[in-house]
Design a protein around this ligand. Structure first.
Ligand code: SAH
Length: 251
């Protein structure tokens, strides 16, 4: 008996890994994060598979379901939205599984920030402007470690992908404008890859207003990326630059 922590991807079943799809199609017992996992993905489960929404459960509730599956000798598919390594509390669940001597495996998924970058047609790294991408959140009811406040990352000028934070867009935009400038592009992507996906593009100066007008207050990512400087190219395809797989023209 084994527990599979499976990345459900952002919503569209076409964005599942082949391994995730294979596991879902033959699942007999599935626990899913109902607030975020898309019904289109759950549709891949066999009709007679046992399915449980974990949205209203505490850790002990999730564990008793897993122990129930073990008593029936059934593998458990534990579905988390996007990639399970981000904001899914799989760590705590693994601690519990370790305590009970239950085997587990993680199957990665396409994270919502990757799907959002694709929809925006944005490269998140920009030659000579931003060579780092910060995946973070702002505090809600969950506090943030003091050393990770937004201004700290904003000072680096890195591209920022903010999870779980769209409700605070006004405060975020105001704070980031101090570092990136009011004209810095920003996008809010709601339910990326779902049929009701919404994309709001703007600048740090106007995004709060636009987001409010669009009525988006949850299940959205905020991505802030500095304007690529005109004419600056990466060295990857620069003809005069040699690397392990290509000799530069001038060499
Ligand atoms: N593990 C997930 C993140 C879970 S935290 C992942 O890798 O994407 C939940 C937050 O993720 C949401 O508040 C939102 O910021 C973001 N999110 C998850 N699914 C999303 C989707 N389909 N579209 C936009 N944002 C999404």
């Amino acid at each position: 008996m084994k527990v599979y922590f499976v990345g459900a991807g952002p919503g569209d079943p076409d964005l599942l890994t082949r391994k995730a799809e294979r596991l879902l199609r033959r699942a007999r017992f599935c626990i899913y994060a109902g607030s975020l996992v898309s019904p289109m993905v759950l549709d891949l489960l066999p009709v007679d598979a046992e399915r449980h929404d974990s949205a209203s459960l505490s850790m002990s509730g999730v564990m008793s379901l897993i122990l129930d599956a073990r008593s029936k000798n059934l593998d458990v598919i534990r579905l988390h939205t996007g990639d399970p390594s981000m904001y899914s509390a799989i760590g705590e669940q693994m601690d519990e599984l370790n305590r009970h001597g239950i085997d587990y495996e993680v199957v990665p998924g396409v994270s919502s920030f990757q799907a959002a970058a694709a929809v925006l047609s944005w490269e998140l790294t920009i030659p000579e402007a931003a060579q780092s991408v910060v995946l973070t959140r702002t505090p809600g009811r969950t506090p943030m470690p003091e050393s990770e406040d937004l201004a700290h990352y904003a000072r680096t000028g890195a591209t920022l992908c903010l999870f779980l934070s769209v409700h605070a867009i006004e405060k975020i935009a105001h704070e980031l404008a101090l570092h990136y400038g009011e004209d810095c592009p920003v996008a809010v992507v709601y339910r990326v890859s779902w049929p009701d996906e919404r994309v709001v593009r703007g600048t740090l100066g106007d995004i709060a207003e636009k987001t409010k007008l669009a009525g988006l207050s949850k299940t959205a990512l905020v991505i802030v990326r500095r304007e690529p400087p005109v004419g600056v190219r990466s060295r990857l395809y620069d003809g005069s630059f040699s690397h392990g797989y290509r000799k530069g023209d001038s060499v």
